[in-house]
Write a new protein. Structure first.
Length: 231
């Protein structure tokens, strides 16, 4: 049955006529997490902000809960419920005995007879976990208007288990760098093709050092490539 606030009057100016109607917008809410991926070292904790937004006059407290966390991971919310639209801090406490790996935690919001969910990807890493990154070949000679490639390789160790995002810096103006793929999927051992494209104009000949950075599992490692631009 429609609620009292769902009814409205609409009167036409300079007229004695009024219309009686019903607001048919359905009350609802959305649930989201930021960040959606969290990396935590064994024996530590990480957090994500859970946000709710309401539509259609939704007016109810939203209770939060979590599921899917592995053994040794405790999830808590502060506050444990959100009065309609608002935020809550989700804290994931990881025991030192939790197995390294990537887990999907489902956050459930329940309020006003409506249930919505969001997911957070939790990556648990071991204290000694790390990865290496290298380029092959380590030097390239590229003519103006042309491109060259090198293979970027990463290898995890000591239980490292995380995706590794790749980025480059140090390339001169007129030189673009792309990676395919742009990140190496968990557990973090794999390859990516790095393509260097040199513009036909506006690039000085000479040798520069391009730094390739890999970031994942709370770790950052780098390698370098010597780029020589020729006429």
């Amino acid at each position: 049955m429609p609620r009292l606030q769902d009814y409205f009057w609409c009167c036409i100016a300079s007229s004695s006529y009024c219309f009686f109607g019903i607001n048919t917008t359905t009350p609802n809410f959305t649930l989201s997490a930021s960040p959606t991926s969290v990396s935590v070292l064994q024996g530590n904790n990480g957090a994500s902000t859970i946000t709710t937004a309401v539509t259609g006059g939704f007016n109810s407290a939203i209770a939060l809960s979590a599921s899917g966390q592995p053994t040794g991971v405790t999830v808590s919310f502060s506050p444990t419920s959100i009065p309609g639209a608002g935020n809550s801090t989700m804290t994931m406490t990881v025991a030192s005995t939790t197995a390294p790996g990537t887990y999907t935690i489902t956050v459930t919001g329940l309020g006003g007879g409506i249930t919505q969910t969001a997911t957070v990807s939790l990556t648990v890493t071991a204290p000694g976990a790390n990865f290496t990154i290298s380029a092959s070949p380590t030097s390239l000679s590229v003519a103006k208007g042309r491109s060259g490639t090198t293979t970027i390789t990463t290898a995890g160790s000591a239980g490292f288990n995380s995706a590794i995002a790749l980025a480059a810096s140090g390339e001169p103006n007129g030189v673009s760098v792309t990676f395919s793929p742009t990140s190496i999927a968990a557990p973090g051992s794999g390859t990516s093709t790095m393509k260097i494209t040199v513009s036909a104009n506006g690039v000085r000949t000479g040798t520069r050092t391009v730094t390739i950075k890999g970031t994942g599992g709370g770790k950052t490692n780098t390698t370098t490539l010597t780029l020589t631009v020729v006429q």
